[in-house]
Design a protein around this ligand. Sequence first.
Ligand code: ADP
Ligand code: MG
Length: 475
Amino acid sequence: MIKTASTVWNECLLFIKDNIKQQAFKTWFEPIKPIKLSGEVLTIQVPSKFFYEWLEEHYIKLLRVALVKYLGEDAKLIYDVRMENNYSSANPHTVKIPSANRNPINQRGFTIPVDVNKRELKNPFVIPGIQKLKVESQLNPNYNFDNFIEGDSNRLARSAGIAVANKPGGTSFNPLLIYGGVGLGKTHIAHAIGVQIKEKYPEKMVLYISSEKFTQQFIDSVKRNNRNDFIHFYQMIDVLIIDDVQFLSGKTGTQDVFFHIFNHLHQNSKQVILTSDKAPVDMQDIEQRLLSRFKWGLSAELQAPDYETRVSILQNKLFRDGVEMPNEIVEYIAKHIKSNVRELEGVLISMIAQASFNRKEFTLSLTKQIVDKFVKNTKREVSIDYIQKIVSNYFELDVPTLQSKTRKRHIVQARQLAMYFAKRMTKASLASIGSQIGKRDHATVLHACKTVDNLNETDRQFRKYVDDLTKKLTF
Ligand code: ADP
Ligand code: MG
């Protein structure tokens, strides 16, 4: 018999009917219309957005079992949602939304065995006094491989991530270090690996943490005098994901403790995944022994996506949000926003918001307005390295001279200006700025910032330096 949308759906209904209460069946399944079958993808029409959300929340497992039964493992479901009619036109329009088909996040935790007879294990994620410890993996299920678009710019990192997710600790990619500029998908891939591991190996202890939070937990543990519990907790993890390790720069205590945790995990074939905004060779103020370990496994770079990938990312996002937008508009956005996927998404979100709040159509002129604003408003995030280069150039010095110990007045001023701009234009701490600009301490940086502020008010020549450099750095 030839399969059509209705034959498949009727089979599914028979199965569903057997598995839920009659009233629920009447309410939630009878109103659904099967409208299209192509390959393993079944599209069903539901009466409202609320209806779709309810199905996703309450019946997705049942739907999945039914679909797999009649369409096979690769079965996919798409909802055709009739939208409430708020544009005062006569015909309600519909949008298509794919089933997320994911388990709710609360199944992603893991429990840590605690021997009740021994003294209580302290770990940084737990309120003291609770015996059975449930640790959340801190993973975001919205960051997964299904919605991470592949392109030349990310192929290596993506496939290495998938390999690691399929065999955590069992590939030579240990640690897996993913590096690249802002907004290129490092955090997304890091979560996706964790999410896939939890799906495949639910019993594994997976933990995602930013290196800032890790540092804070470590500092707290030292204050509370339970550094060993902190280390012990992290040594029990099966898959440790640390995001933005460049923040460990200059923090020797945290690096030291991480070194011990890393060694323990690595020796026991536990998987470590790291992300960073620079390649290991460019990382500053990370101890040599730790750096050399970062290079043990695989370092994979994420580059800025090319035009085709940008178009696919936009189209995929629109599809998932159930929004339709003319191609020429999508292409316009992809042509003008080039270096950062987060901005690409930002433009799309503003467009959708503008169009729905102000009841505007998606037109090319609206798109131009929004893209323009975006390009102007998003200050380029500058790095401390870049600031040092620009300042050195401006004063016709080279960077090592700027960083040197010399007390020559014009060099001191250049160095102070570099520190001042680093404080103003990056999120780095005083200590980290100091350590990157010629290994000074935080007090020196603070002093530099105050000096520049003062001179900027009292010295005309100096104010010109500040203005010129501001222009060069913010262009
Ligand atoms: P980073 O951590 O490198 O600064 P993120 O992982 O936070 O960047 O990514 C920024 C945004 O761009 C996120 O919303 C992410 O989902 C999205 N993104 C990045 N790369 C892709 C891709 N290849 N496909 C789909 N979305 C992407
Ligand atoms: Mg990130």
